[in-house]
Design a protein. Structure first.
Length: 50
């Protein structure tokens, strides 16, 4: 009894892996954008104090 692999299984694995990488990159970008927005809000609040 050996491991059987076919082209469809390989393609499916590649597509799933590609989607995971894309999702990770999108999450990273989202976090970076949130940090920028929070910094802008903080700066705006500090400017109001002066």
């Amino acid at each position: 009894m050996g491991l059987e692999v076919n082209e469809d299984a390989i393609q499916e694995l590649v597509e799933e892996h590609g989607q995971e990488l894309t999702t990770d990159k999108l999450m990273d970008l989202h976090c970076e954008q949130q940090q920028v927005v929070m910094e802008e809000i903080t700066c705006a609040e500090e400017e109001k104090k002066w």
